[in-house]
Design a protein around this ligand. Structure first.
Ligand SMILES: *Cc1c(COP(=O)(O)O)cnc(C)c1O
Length: 429
């Protein structure tokens, strides 16, 4: 489910017309479906119900305070990658005791802040970091709860920029060195307590196979660590992929049943069915760190068409959103479906490039894609923009950040105001 559909010829998010939101709040505009976020969280929680588990939502996918507050109210923990994200979680009413802190380059200030707030685990990515954590915790007279991120050297078969579980990636510690590192921690690092083991092999995985491969490879290791060092949790990471193509149709059961098994993307139910039997008897608390799965399909970026420019080789539709608002196409060759807010009636398609106003040739949302007609002055939606959309936005070209709206049923709330020109220069001399 994703909460976006045409009703009487107009695109809605739940029970709110996107055209009315665009008229009231301007464009570009991020709109999220609260019902979809809740539905995805609940379905994941249910799929894992056969095993003791906790969902630690990966904050970097969408870190708006209201999104965090909604997830905290459903019982989510949080996976953070910076002191700034911890600050956001606390401001949103999340509990630091349910936060895990990932990332290869934690600073001294971030370590101290997280120690003082009492997070659940530092997920450490190198021996050097573990020794430094021990040192800083010692200075503060504290014991730092920790887990090491194992790099299982499994090919996640996803885009190279979002693959993280191969030996050539910067993430984690080689599988073969983990056992020794836990022994060293026990012998030489009195200010760390090894509480678990962590892994995360990549993002936007659309096949179950790499998950199974990684889990099966790591089970003997985690079993040995539990026996020898009494660890209590195993985080199997995030990375569950979502449907980016056919995004309007894919919300409906008809689309689903029309697809063969191989065309159907990884479902959360399948993820649970395959993984739970393999991990349920380990006697460990299983942590999950989904980001994209929870929020990706729950958001759209609404943008207005400014001009149509007919070049000698191509037709460009220039819109008021740009790569500074949504960088996934430029950064990862990411696909976003593009649909007019006014439902197309004639089925006619024209091959166009949809591009933003920024002075970069990488500033496009699609190239040579057959799209239904939309005219300058009309609004379109870039679908599935709820994850790694606003959180990656920047002020490049001195463009103010867009506003964000959370829809719940008939209610639409501004959860972040559009930046003003004054906001752009705040803090500058
Ligand atoms: C980014 C990240 C996640 C979330 O990845 P998704 O693909 O959004 O589910 C989980 N764990 C870690 C350590 C990450 O860096």
């Amino acid at each position: 489910m994703h909460g976006f559909s045409y009703k009487n010829g107009e695109l809605f998010c739940e029970d709110v017309s996107l055209q009315s939101l665009a008229e009231e709040h301007g464009t570009p505009l991020y709109v999220y479906s609260g019902g979809t976020i809740t539905d995805h969280f609940t379905r994941l929680d249910k799929a894992l119900s056969g095993v003791s588990h906790e969902v630690a939502y990966a904050v970097k996918a969408n870190s708006n305070l209201s999104v965090l507050r909604l997830l905290a109210s459903k019982g989510a923990g949080f996976d953070i990658v910076s002191g700034g994200e911890l600050f956001r979680v606390i401001k949103a009413g999340g509990d630091p005791a349910h936060c895990t802190f990932a990332g290869v380059g934690k600073t001294r200030e971030e370590i101290i802040y997280a120690l003082e707030k009492g997070i659940y685990s530092f997920n450490v990515e190198s021996e050097e970091e573990l020794r430094y954590l021990n040192e800083v915790a010692g200075e503060l007279g504290k014991i730092a709860p920790a887990a090491v991120r194992v790099n299982p050297n499994v090919d996640a078969k996803t885009h190279k920029y979002i693959s993280t579980g191969k030996s050539e990636n910067k993430f984690g510690v080689d599988f073969g060195r983990i056992a020794d590192l836990y022994d060293s921690a026990a012998a030489e690092m009195p200010n760390v307590k090894m509480r678990g083991l962590q892994m995360h092999i990549g993002s936007q995985l659309t096949s179950i196979d790499p998950f199974i491969e990684a889990v099966e490879k790591v089970i003997p290791l985690v079993t040995a660590l539990k026996a020898k060092h009494s660890i209590e949790f195993w985080s199997i990471g995030g990375g569950i992929g979502i449907v980016y193509q056919d995004s309007l149709a894919s919300g409906s059961p008809d689309w689903w049943s029309a697809k063969s098994d191989s065309e159907r993307p990884l479902t959360i139910e399948k993820y649970g069915e395959e993984l739970v039997p393999r991990i349920k008897d380990l006697g460990l608390k299983i942590l999950l760190e989904p980001g994209r799965y929870i929020v990706g399909n729950a958001g759209a970026l609404i943008t207005r068409c400014l001009y149509e420019k007919k070049g000698s080789a191509k037709t460009f539709r220039i819109v008021d959103a740009a790569m500074n608002d949504l960088i996934r196409p430029a950064l990862y060759e990411g696909h976003h479906d593009i649909v007019p807010l006014k439902e197309p009636t004639d089925g006619e398609l024209t091959k166009v490039d949809v591009v933003g106003p920024i002075c970069e040739s990488g500033d496009f949302f699609c190239q040579d894609r057959p799209l239904p007609d939309f005219r300058p002055g009309e609004n379109i939606a870039l679908m599935s923009a709820g994850a790694y959309g606003f959180t990656m936005a920047s002020n490049y070209n001195s463009r103010p950040l867009p506003a964000e709206i959370l829809v719940e049923g008939e209610d639409a709330t501004v959860i972040r105001k559009r930046q003003t020109l004054e906001d752009l220069i705040a803090g500058e001399l």
